[in-house]
Design a protein around this ligand. Sequence first.
Ligand SMILES: NC(=O)c1ccc[n+]([C@@H]2O[C@H](COP(=O)([O-])OP(=O)(O)OC[C@H]3O[C@@H](n4cnc5c(N)ncnc54)[C@H](OP(=O)(O)O)[C@@H]3O)[C@@H](O)[C@H]2O)c1
Length: 279
Amino acid sequence: MSDVPTYILNDGTTIPAVGFGTWPMKGSEATRAVLSALEAGYRLIDTAVNYDNEREVGEAIRTSGVARDEIRVTSKIPGRHHAYDDAIRSTHKSLERLGLDRLDLHLIHWPNPSDGLFPETWSALVDLQKEGLVTTIGVSNFTQTHLQRIIDESGVTPAVNQVELHPLFPQQQMREANERLGVRTESWSPLGKRQAPFDEPAVRRPAEKYGVSPGQVILRWQVQLGAVPIPKSRTPERQRQNLDVFGFELEGDEVAAITALGRPDGRLFGGDPDRHEEQ
Ligand SMILES: NC(=O)c1ccc[n+]([C@@H]2O[C@H](COP(=O)([O-])OP(=O)(O)OC[C@H]3O[C@@H](n4cnc5c(N)ncnc54)[C@H](OP(=O)(O)O)[C@@H]3O)[C@@H](O)[C@H]2O)c1
């Protein structure tokens, strides 16, 4: 059993406090990385149709020797599969590629509000959950407005909203909105795709004080915000390091100093905070 703490989600299932990202790894690199991540103790694995690696991720999960029930596998429905029937078909295809009979967490990858179909995609997810093909359903890159719309129309609140979140883009408002609605925040690009401010005193000082790396300080900050980071690393050593963030605790002012590194232009993609189209 992995000793990573877990949160209870709004549907009563659990999610590990830190997970493993698989984009942009493909082919044997993806299989190798997921195998070593599972060996290091990761039990939440993040993939998507758009990553073109579900087959390889599934192979690692099925051959790892880790009990299937211990692993939470996440995939995501892409924008081109937003119509109801396409979303159902997309999910069956994901399961086929992964070689699994259920997804533990399935997300709408982007709301793509310009095509107006995300409420339809959400009702497909609600039905897939009823059918037992997906255990937990959630969304990604949704604003408060998008969340409220699907909650009002379906009566079902997503368990998770996976959003960009790192020190340069700490997402205070979105985290608060998720929390108010009972939605757990997951952080994509938690290390800012390596562009995180590793050398800033707010990160470097706690790293020296606690004898950890700057990356570990940033991931610990995420954990203390209550967000679930899903760092990607292809190297076993960094994978282990990124999961080893439960042996120290940042002081309140250290958490605040990292949050204060946020910048209006800190978003990695597009720089336009109102753009919620697939990219
Ligand atoms: N929902 C969405 O729209 C969305 C969008 C983007 C990403 N995601 C998900 O989020 C996951 C993570 O995001 P990401 O891959 O974009 O970025 P990230 O996890 O913030 O950063 C990954 C990069 O950081 C390096 N790295 C890993 N650990 C490190 C450490 N301790 N110190 C310094 N560098 C380190 C990795 O290099 P090495 O591999 O060489 O270690 C890699 O270059 C993705 O893999 C994907 O699953 C979701």
